[in-house]
Write a protein that binds this ligand. Structure first.
Ligand code: GDP
Length: 451
């Protein structure tokens, strides 16, 4: 996500390290570098101009702080300005005061609307809401089926038109505005508190499509109209966003495909150009590859200051409390840490999602990005296979695992004996660490991460 922009900016700041004070020439040189980095990342020209102007003015201004050295000061300013262009404060979904909250999705075909509909629904469901999806994309032959698949994955119902229908309310086939209206009515009757309406997109901005979207908006009066934009589309993002803003007057932006290696700058410009905040980020094809967009945290990530808060949230979301309580009790009772516990911890880590994505949120991750990119997620599968090839007795008392047992375990799990050895070694270290923590009364951590 924004890797090259991130690299360029952090390299710029490195040049300033060690300087006692910044001359006007230093500031100008730095601002020039920042400008180039932003332009190369596809950030829109007016946004770049505004951004660098602010940074220059503030860097030269009176903000001299005793606590920060000049390079830190520039990072602080750039960080604050980045937060600003990303929309300032985190914006949450506006809920309806009465009746269901209506969220309409708009954007070009392929932007990721349908995928997002599922992600959003699942996320809202996880917060105790009962969303329903409404399929208003009647343009693309497969769109309705696709939404049904997405709904199934998210575990939420989908309201879709019936083909070959006659009466408007029951069978509003063919007319997206009627489907939207009927979908909202369905939500009211079945007491869903959120309706997510997926609309049709075209490959380019098109007057008919925009008119249709406008009519849907008028018919259902949504609480939010989210404009979904593919972060990979480059400079066109800004023009597309402006066309949609004029057409449907959206209330928030969703950046999709942020997992790709797109330069992403154009997408970053959308909030600034339209004055509408980025509310969500879509980061993959899976139904959980989705996060709320926090401008401050994203700025930190771009400047390689890490995003520890998102990391913690992801961990909390997937942390199995019963399992954690079980471990805590084991500790209190000073019981031995076994290979079964080791496996359980691995699985907890895996539940947190892609290891790579998680690690990339750590401060300083950019420095070890290459290693992280080579990180093999299947390592955890191998650990699991190895432990599962052991007998229950071996898992409880790994000391008995001698050479011939190792060979058997390796065969059973389809790995080389050296991998079994490596795992047992790591487990031994983890066990020692756990023992130390138990004696010292500390909390169990997460030992044994594949290395
Ligand atoms: P729509 O036409 O706007 O409804 O777009 P879709 O939801 O059908 O998405 C178009 C394609 O992009 C599909 O192949 C999706 O799997 C893919 N896609 C959507 N969101 C993401 C994302 O965040 N990351 C990646 N890598 N692919 C995505």
């Amino acid at each position: 996500m924004f890797n090259s922009l991130s690299d360029r900016l952090t390299a710029t700041f490195k040049n300033l390290r060690g300087k006692g004070r910044l001359t006007e020439a230093d500031v100008d040189a730095t601002v020039r570098e920042i400008r180039r980095a932003l332009l190369d990342a596809d950030v829109a020209v007016p946004v770049v101009r505004e951004f660098t102007g602010q940074v220059r003015e503030r860097a030269l201004g009176a903000e001299v702080s005793g606590a920060l050295n000049p390079s830190q000061q520039i990072v602080k300013i750039v960080n604050e300005e980045l937060v600003e262009i990303l929309g300032g404060e985190t914006r949450r979904i506006r809920k309806a005061k009465t009746g269901p909250t209506i969220i309409m999705l708009a954007g070009l075909q392929g932007a990721g609307k349908t995928t997002l509909a599922g992600k959003l629904a699942k996320w809202l469901k996880g917060q105790g809401h009962s969303p329903i999806l409404v399929a208003c994309d009647l343009q693309r032959p497969n769109a309705v089926t696709q939404l049904q698949v997405v709904g199934q994955r998210a575990g939420v119902p989908v309201f879709a038109p019936h083909p070959g229908a006659t009466s408007e309310l029951e069978h509003p086939a063919g007319d997206p505005v009627a489907v939207a209206r009927a979908g909202v009515e369905e939500a009211r009757q079945k007491l869903h508190d959120v309706v997510i309406v997926d609309t049709a997109g075209r490959l380019g901005v098109d007057a008919d499509m925009m008119e249709q979207a406008r009519q849907i908006r008028r018919a259902i009066v949504p609480n939010e109209v989210l404009f979904v934009i593919d972060a990979m589309i480059g400079q066109d993002a800004v023009n597309t966003a402006m066309a949609f803003d004029e057409g449907v007057n959206f209330t928030g932006v969703v950046l999709s495909k942020l997992d790709g290696d797109a330069r992403g700058g154009a997408a970053l410009s959308v909030a600034s150009v339209t004055g509408k905040p980025v509310m969500f980020a879509s980061t993959g094809e899976g139904v959980d590859d989705f996060e709320m967009f926090h401008p401050d945290r994203m700025a930190s990530r771009i400047l390689d200051m890490g995003d520890v808060l998102t990391l913690i949230e992801q961990a909390e979301k997937s942390w199995d409390k019963d399992e954690a309580a079980r471990m805590a009790k084991k500790f209190a009772d000073q019981e031995d840490f076994t290979l079964d516990d080791f496996l359980a911890q691995m699985q907890q880590i895996r539940n947190m999602g892609s290891m790579k994505k998680m690690l990339m949120m750590m401060p300083g991750a950019q420095n070890i990005r290459q290693q992280l990119e080579q990180f093999d997620e299947r390592e955890i599968d191998r650990v699991e296979a190895i432990v599962r090839s052991m007998t229950p007795h071996e898992r409880l008392a790994p000391k008995i695992i001698n050479g011939s047992r190792r060979a058997r375990i390796a065969r059973g799990s389809g790995v080389h004996v050296s991998e079994v050895n490596g795992l047992l070694e790591r487990f031994g270290q983890a066990q020692k660490m756990m023992k130390k923590m138990a004696q010292g009364g500390g909390m169990p951590g997460m030992p044994g991460m594949p290395g």
